[in-house]
Unconditional design. Structure first.
Length: 452
C-alpha cells in the first residue's frame, strides 16, 4: 500500500454524507473542508475537523453555525431555479442508426435504437447544423459529434456535414469543433487524414485488453474485434497532431485489469484513456451490480495512485477520469446538472427527432421536439426543472451533488442510483489526491486542458 492509497471500506464510509452544506476529511497534519455551495475547498486544522464532527452529530443548523464562525457563509450560488432556454452549444448526430457489432450492453440496442437500421440523410444533417449555428451565442464555440450505431457506416455524410459546418463557422464567426465515437472496425487511412485535417477528437471504444474486449465487442455472426481495431487505428496514432485519438473503455463485471489496460494503451500511443462502468443496458446484461462497484473503485484508485506517481516524476499519464477530476476540483466546478443534456446539448436522430442527448434517441423520456417543429421548449423546461439536482432524491442532501450533478440522466431514469457509494468514494479519493498533488507538484496545475 502506497501513501496515495487507503483502506477501501474506510474511504467509502468516510465519504457518506454527514451534512448537505459541507464535507470534511482528515489528512496528514490536518484536513480538507469542502464547502458544497461553490465547491470551495480549504485546508483546515484538526480543531476545525473536530468542531465539524461534533456539529454534525447535533444538527445541520449547528454545522451551518460552525461554518459561519469561520467566515464561510456566502450567498447561495446554486438556487432551485432551473435553466431557461439555454443557447445550443453542441449536437450529436446519429448519422447511422445501425452497427456491424452486436455488443450485449449497447444503450442503442446494438446500434438501431430499437427500430429498423437506417442512415441519416443530408437534409436532416444540414438542417441540424443550421439550427446549431443559428441558436449558438455569437463568437462562441460549438461541437458537432458524430455517433451511432457506428457513424462510419455513413462516412460520406460525416464528411459532407463536417465540411458544411466548417463553412458555417467561417461565415458566422462561431468556432466549430468535431468529435466522433467509433468502434474502430471501419477506420481507414483516408479517415485518418480527414480527421487530422479537421482536428477531430476521435474516441475509439476498446473495452480493455484483448480477452476482455472480445468478450462483448464482437462482429455480428463472427468473432472478436480487438486485433482488427488495433490494426486500423495504427495510422491514426502515428498521424495525430491536430486530432486526438483516445480510448473509452466500457467496464463490465470481471473486466477490472484497468491499470494493465492503461499502460498498454498509452504504450500504443493513445492520447488519453477513460473508463466508464455499465450501469444500464437495455437487456440488463453486463450491468455492474452494487457488489461489483467496490472492486471497480479499488481498480480505479490503483490507476489514480499510478497517475500520482507519474505526475510526481514529471511524466505524462493521461488517465482521463483522474485528469478531469483534478481540474474540476481546481476550478471549483459546481453545477446543478451532470452534463449539458437537454440544455446546451441535444441529440439528433437519423429522422430528425431531437432528444436530450445521444442516449435518449428514440426514448420517450428524453424527447425534445424535432428539426421540423423546433425544440419543444415546454418539454425542455420540464426536463430542466425535473432533472435539477435539488429535485432529485437523495441527491439534494448529498455533499457531492454539485460535482456529480445527480449522475447520468439515462442511467438514473432507467435503473435508479446504484452507484452513489462508488461516486462519493471516487471523489473522496480524488480530494485527497488533489491535496497531495497541489502541495507537491503545483506546476502541474499551470497548464489547464481546454474546456470541453
Amino acid at each position: 500500500m502506497t501513501d496515495a492509497t487507503v483502506d477501501l471500506k474506510s474511504l467509502v464510509a468516510a465519504s457518506r454524507p454527514r451534512s448537505r452544506l459541507a464535507h470534511w476529511l482528515a489528512n496528514d497534519g490536518g484536513g480538507q473542508l469542502l464547502v458544497v455551495d461553490g465547491s470551495r475547498l480549504f485546508n483546515v486544522s484538526n480543531d476545525v475537523l473536530r468542531q465539524l464532527d461534533d456539529a454534525s452529530l447535533v444538527s445541520e443548523e449547528q454545522v451551518e453555525r460552525v461554518l459561519a464562525s469561520f467566515g464561510l457563509s456566502a450567498p447561495e450560488l446554486i438556487s432551485d431555479e432551473p435553466l431557461r432556454d439555454p443557447p445550443l452549444q453542441a449536437i450529436s448526430l446519429a448519422i447511422a442508426q445501425k452497427c456491424n457489432l452486436g455488443c450485449t450492453y449497447c444503450y442503442a440496442d446494438r446500434g438501431s435504437f430499437g427500430g429498423k437500421p437506417t442512415n441519416m440523410d443530408w437534409e436532416v444533417a444540414r438542417k441540424a447544423l443550421d439550427v446549431l449555428f443559428s441558436q449558438a451565442a455569437p463568437a462562441s464555440r460549438v461541437n458537432v459529434a458524430f455517433l451511432g450505431g457506428e457513424p462510419l457506416a455513413n462516412r460520406a455524410l460525416l464528411r459532407r456535414a463536417t465540411e458544411y459546418a466548417t463553412q458555417l463557422a467561417a461565415s458566422s464567426g462561431i468556432r466549430a469543433t468535431f468529435s466522433v465515437t467509433t468502434n474502430g472496425t471501419l477506420l481507414t487511412e483516408e479517415d485518418a487524414h480527414f480527421f487530422e485535417q479537421y482536428g477531430f477528437a476521435v474516441t475509439v471504444s476498446l473495452d480493455g485488453l484483448r480477452d476482455e474486449h472480445d468478450l462483448h465487442r464482437r462482429m455480428k455472426f463472427k468473432g472478436g474485434t480487438f486485433d482488427r481495431i488495433m490494426s486500423r487505428v495504427e495510422p491514426f496514432l502515428r498521424m495525430q497532431r491536430r486530432m486526438q485519438v483516445s480510448v473509452r473503455s466500457t467496464i463490465t463485471p470481471g473486466n477490472l485489469r484497468l491499470r494493465e489496460a492503461l499502460d498498454w494503451f498509452f504504450d500504443a500511443g493513445f492520447h488519453s484513456v477513460g473508463f466508464s462502468p455499465v450501469l444500464r443496458s437495455p437487456t440488463g446484461q453486463a450491468e455492474l451490480a452494487e457488489s461489483d462497484l467496490m472492486p471497480f473503485l479499488e481498480a480505479m484508485m490503483e490507476c489514480g495512485a499510478e497517475f500520482e506517481r507519474r505526475v510526481l516524476t514529471g511524466r505524462r499519464y493521461a488517465f482521463a477520469n483522474m485528469v478531469n477530476a483534478m481540474w474540476e476540483l481546481h476550478r471549483g466546478t459546481h453545477r446543478p446538472y451532470p452534463c449539458g443534456a437537454g440544455a446546451g446539448y441535444l441529440g439528433v436522430s437519423a429522422k430528425g427527432d431531437l432528444a436530450a442527448c445521444h442516449r435518449f434517441v428514440g426514448d420517450v423520456d428524453g424527447q425534445m421536439g424535432s428539426l421540423s417543429d423546433g425544440i419543444d421548449r415546454s418539454a425542455q423546461s420540464r426536463w430542466l426543472k425535473d432533472r435539477h439536482v435539488h429535485n432529485q432524491a437523495p441527491c439534494r442532501d448529498c455533499w457531492a451533488r454539485y460535482m456529480c450533478g445527480g449522475g447520468c440522466h439515462h442511467e438514473a431514469l432507467g435503473r435508479g442510483r446504484t452507484a452513489c457509494d462508488y461516486i462519493r468514494g471516487w471523489l473522496q479519493y480524488c480530494l485527497g489526491a488533489y491535496d497531495r498533488l497541489l502541495s507537491s507538484q503545483p506546476g502541474w496545475f499551470m497548464n489547464p486542458p481546454p474546456r470541453g
